[in-house]
Design a protein. Structure first.
Length: 77
C-alpha cells in the first residue's frame, strides 16, 4: 500500500469545533478539536479511496496508465 499526501483546509466552524475539507477529493468532515478533525478527515479519505478502488476494480476493463501533471503550488501547499 502506498502513502499519499493530500492537502486540506481547516476552518473554525460557526457552531464550534472545526470543519476540514480535502482539496483534491470531494471529502469533508468536522471535529471538536483540530486533532479530531484531522483524524476524522484521514478516516474519511481512506474510506473514500477504498470505495473508489473497489469501483475501479469492478468497472475497469482497460489498460492502467499513469499521468503526471504539474500543479500550481497553491494546490499542494
Amino acid at each position: 500500500m502506498a502513502s499519499v499526501k493530500f492537502a486540506a483546509v481547516l476552518e473554525s466552524a460557526e457552531e464550534g469545533g472545526f470543519v476540514i475539507k480535502c482539496i483534491q477529493l470531494p471529502v469533508a468532515t468536522r471535529g471538536e478539536t483540530k486533532e479530531e478533525a484531522l483524524a476524522n478527515l484521514k478516516e474519511a479519505i481512506e474510506g473514500y479511496l477504498e470505495v473508489k478502488a473497489e469501483r475501479l476494480r469492478r468497472n475497469s476493463k482497460g489498460e492502467r496508465v499513469e499521468v503526471i501533471v504539474e500543479t500550481p503550488s497553491a494546490l499542494v501547499a
